[in-house]
Design a protein around this ligand. Structure first.
Ligand code: RBF
Length: 168
């Protein structure tokens, strides 16, 4: 067994000036809530992001995440330094899972590339409920880990690097 998720950077990023959007789904909300909570707590406790600069918005399902992220980025004043898109897809017996997962992953990537605002892919794509619970830090498994923590680390790192103009 090894520590799951992203190891914190050796650089201690200061998130105290960052404005971050957490955009989450209402599909599979109990699991999504745990992931949002993990991300939010990490932003505040590990990076000093101010609570009032964490904006929470929701959409119905994961498929809506890219479009809504793009619109919030476009219309928000002041701008967001990073967006964390959070959803939970659980495989059913039809092809829906595959189509939604593919579209959502590509869509979130595209929004980041086209807007220049880092968009973190915080979407779990699970084969069953147990996998989803484990990856949200819930359930019984000793290997459980809340990936919201990792997504917060990604968002702060990218947001700070963006503010620095990606200069080395
Ligand atoms: N959205 C999710 O975020 N997670 C899911 O597991 C999920 N499963 C779906 C399964 C089916 C059969 C359908 C029709 C939709 C599902 N959605 C899910 C909703 C989807 O992301 C989107 O909200 C709707 O397709 C409307 O655009």
């Amino acid at each position: 067994m090894f520590a799951k998720g992203v190891t914190p950077s050796e650089t201690q990023y200061d998130g105290s000036n960052l404005r971050i959007l957490i955009l989450h789904t209402r599909w599979n909300l109990p699991v999504v809530k745990a992931l949002v909570d993990g991300a939010q707590r990490t932003l505040i406790s590990e990076f000093n992001v101010k609570a009032e600069k964490i904006i929470l918005k929701d959409v119905a399902g994961s498929y809506e995440l890219p479009f809504a992220a793009q619109e919030y980025i476009k219309h928000s004043i002041p701008k967001f330094d990073a967006v964390i898109c959070i959803g939970v897809l659980i495989k059913g017996s039809t092809m829906h899972f595959e189509y939604i997962a593919e579209a959502t992953a590509h869509g979130i990537m595209r929004v980041g590339m086209e807007t220049g605002t880092p968009c973190v892919f915080g979407v779990l794509t699970c084969l069953n409920d147990e996998q989803a619970l484990e990856r949200a830090g819930l359930g019984e498994s000793p290997a459980k880990h809340n990936h919201g923590i990792d997504w917060a680390r990604c968002a702060v790192e990218l947001g700070v690097k963006k503010r620095q103009g990606w200069s080395s």
